[in-house]
Write a new protein. Structure first.
Length: 441
């Protein structure tokens, strides 16, 4: 019986990279349109609230998975090679059940806080809290497919289905409610979009036979301690990255206002586009980095990260230049009052552009046995970033959050590049592109 593993050639990797790039570009574009739609027809306050909810979802789902999504990408290829179907099934089962249980509990807590601390109605709070376990489920199912190197199927539900359904439902409720949107319609639309994305991911996993039902409930949890040990470092990394990216939005919504969260959320949504191509190709190459690292193939590791950096910069450079010049015009698409946050966008876009220039340093360390070291680096930077934002934002406003966020997203990859060069003798940054040009001659 087929196990759903994809046997990639170099051409397949390139195709998967391009598909993932365009899928993520499509997702970013559709979510960008959805953000403009919400901002214009529901107002800056509701858009700010939705931005805060998204921040909680991103941070929460990374915490709820306990790092087991990355752990599966790290170990399942090895178990497949060793014909250990019981270990594959046990890891999949443990990741699914533990992540969903934690996310469900956290979602219930978020719903209660929204009702009793913030005064929101129960339907909106339930939809907001419900987003967390559903999003965690999608993330784990994506990881199951990515571990079998089926990256194209892995991104489909989240990058294609979710934004299409979300924007379609927003348009439907806008017409149904008489040319306006309320909070329940916005958050409910996102919850339903995640539900449909989850159902799609389940169908793809089952149809592709990534989960073997005959062995899924077998009793083989002997390596739970090992998974949790490795998973903790991945958890710390993903949670720290989420904190670095989303803390300013969440804090601005809590200590300032939903209006401020809306302004920062709009700028952040645009700025993160600078690094999304590199993030897309990262999702393709991580299983191959793991395989090359396990075999000690230094040349393959260098080739993978160099091409990934080049791929990311092809998109990042024009995006950064264009956004720096057109920042005010781009922000006014969200509404007339957003143009004032152009300086925030410029600061953030510089930070994410420089991050893209550092290449996939974090993925390289995580997949070559230095996951604990990379997690420590991220945890320190994230802690300093969170403290700095919480302390400074009440006094210096959104600009302090922008500066601290930009510094954080630059500092940690720069440190990791230095570690990669020292520990592995591999340079994942823009400086490695000179070797690519020499190879092409």
């Amino acid at each position: 019986m087929s196990t759903g593993i994809a046997n990639f050639t170099v051409a397949d990797v390139k195709f998967a990279s391009f598909f993932t790039l365009f899928a993520n570009a499509f997702s970013a574009g559709m979510m960008f349109l959805a953000s403009i739609f919400i901002s214009r027809y529901a107002g800056k306050e509701l858009f700010g609230f939705f931005s805060v909810i998204l921040g909680f979802i991103v941070i929460g789902m990374n915490g709820a998975t306990l790092g087991l999504d990355a752990t599966m990408v790290r170990f399942i290829p090895q178990y497949r090679t060793e014909n250990r179907a019981d270990a594959v099934a046990a890891l999949q089962r443990y990741a699914l059940f533990s992540s969903f249980g934690i996310a469900l509990t956290a979602g219930a807590i978020i719903a209660l806080l929204l009702v009793y601390n913030r005064g929101y109605e129960w339907p909106s709070a339930i939809f907001a809290g419900g987003c967390l376990p559903v999003a965690a489920g999608v993330l784990i199912l994506q990881a199951i497919m990515r571990a079998d190197r089926n990256v194209i199927k892995a991104v489909f539900s989240e990058a294609v289905i979710r934004p299409i359904v979300f924007l379609s439902l927003l348009a439907f409720f806008y017409l149904y409610l008489g040319s306006h949107l309320d909070l329940e319609a916005i958050v409910g639309s996102y919850f339903l979009a995640l539900i449909i994305a989850l159902i799609t991911a389940i169908i793809l996993v089952v149809y592709g036979q990534h989960v073997r039902c005959s062995s899924f409930f077998s009793n083989s949890d002997r390596e739970v301690g090992r998974w949790m040990g490795v998973g903790f470092s991945f958890l710390l990394s993903s949670f720290s990255i989420a904190l670095i990216n989303q803390t300013s939005v969440v804090v601005s919504g809590v200590v300032l206002s939903a209006f401020d969260a809306g302004e920062f959320g709009a700028a952040l949504r645009l700025a993160m586009l600078a690094a999304f191509a590199l993030n897309a190709v990262n999702s393709v190459i991580t299983p191959f980095l793991s395989r090359a690292g396990a075999s000690g193939n230094h040349d393959e590791l260098q080739a993978l990260v160099t091409r990934a950096t080049a791929f990311g910069l092809v998109f990042a450079v024009p995006v950064c230049l264009g956004f720096l010049v057109l920042s005010s015009d781009l922000l006014t698409m969200f509404g007339k009052n957003y143009g004032a946050s152009a300086d925030i966008l410029r600061i953030l876009i510089i930070g994410y552009g420089l991050q893209a220039a550092c290449g996939p340093a974090h993925s390289l360390l995580a997949m070559t046995g230095y996951h604990y070291l990379s997690a420590k680096i991220l945890a320190v930077i994230a802690s300093l970033s969170v403290i700095g934002i919480i302390v400074s934002m009440p006094f210096y406003g959104l600009m302090s959050g922008a500066v601290i966020t930009a510094l954080a997203v630059v500092i940690y990859p720069v440190i990791m590049v230095a570690v990669c060069r020292r520990k592995l003798g591999i340079d994942p940054s823009i400086l490695s592109l000179s070797g690519l040009f020499k190879t092409s001659r």
